[in-house]
Write a protein that binds this ligand. Structure first.
Ligand code: MN
Ligand code: MN
Ligand code: ZN
Length: 284
């Protein structure tokens, strides 16, 4: 288990070349927690993890004292899809990803809840519950974390009570947690900028704060309630430095792994965002 008293800050890291190289990149950027895709996120195909890479990854994670590593589902799967074919492929991907997490001793797999593609929320929800039950039936150690969304058309998981309802309907509620994305929450209308306490109280009274395992710390290009899913560098978006300082004053935030999915451009890189978040947390 990860030391809960230690502030855990990291970014999404590339696995380019080989999965174990992500650990070197994370260390180099100054992470003590990080997120990866275990494979190309833009396709359906993937290859198995070799024993050599698996061992190297585990060795590096151990010696770096990074904790936890988090996996994110690829982009194409849609667990709420009304298409039988897409649903099947999505479920296959989810199962494979859980297996890969166990191989790499990754405790959390973050997934979006998908889009019902105008088939209706009830149909979408039914699909998601079916997918979660079928995947969790495998008995993997890795926990699935449902990520809140910005509220784009037809997407599921925008409101905390919707996420709560899905977890309640699964057969394995203990194997399902939540990943809170600050950009998505803000875009969905949750004012994490000036009301983080109230937002987390609301999360607690529906989902339960104990289910919150990871926070994606992203600033937002869009304003409160804009439903725009566009991430910005920490402090340079509509949440702003004061908003992040405010969030980082709540222990329910600082006790959790804080992972950024921020851009890399001429304004700032990953190291820069890590430095900024540490500075705003008062531990620079
Ligand atoms: Mn995500
Ligand atoms: Mn996210
Ligand atoms: Zn996003």
């Amino acid at each position: 288990m990860c030391d809960p008293s230690r502030l855990k800050i990291g970014v999404h890291v590339s696995i380019s070349g080989a999965i174990d190289l992500s650990v070197d990149r994370a260390v180099d950027a100054g992470c003590n927690t990080f997120q990866i895709f275990t494979r190309n996120p833009r396709g359906w195909k993937f290859s198995e993890i070799s024993e050599e890479v698996r061992r190297s990854f585990l060795r590096k994670v151990k010696s770096s004292q990074i904790c936890p590593v988090v996996d994110h589902m690829p982009y194409l799967p849609n667990l709420a899809s009304p298409s039988e074919e897409i649903f099947k492929k999505s479920l296959f991907t989810l199962k494979a990803e859980l297996y890969r997490c166990d191989q790499l001793e990754i405790p959390y797999l973050v997934t979006h809840l998908g889009s019902h593609m105008s088939s209706g929320e009830d149909n979408g929800r039914r699909r998601v519950v079916q997918a979660l039950n079928s995947a969790l039936e495998q008995g993997n150690r890795c926990m699935i974390l449902l990520e809140n969304t910005a509220g784009q058309k037809n997407s599921l998981g925008t409101r905390f009570e919707d996420i709560c309802d899905l977890i309640d309907r699964t057969d394995y509620p203990d194997r399902v947690g939540v990943c809170l994305d600050t950009c998505h929450a803000f875009a969905a209308g949750y004012d994490v900028r000036s009301e983080i306490g109230a937002v987390l109280d609301e999360l607690d009274s529906s989902i339960g704060i104990a289910r919150l395992m990871v926070i994606h710390m992203n600033d937002s290009v869009g304003d409160l309630g804009s439903h725009l899913d566009r991430h910005e560098h920490i402090g340079l978006g509509k949440i702003g430095e004061d908003g992040f300082r405010h969030m980082l004053s709540d222990r329910r935030v600082t006790e959790r792994p804080l992972i950024m999915e921020t851009p890399v451009d001429e304004r700032r890189d990953d190291k820069g965002n890590i430095k900024k978040l540490r500075e705003l947390a008062g531990v620079a």
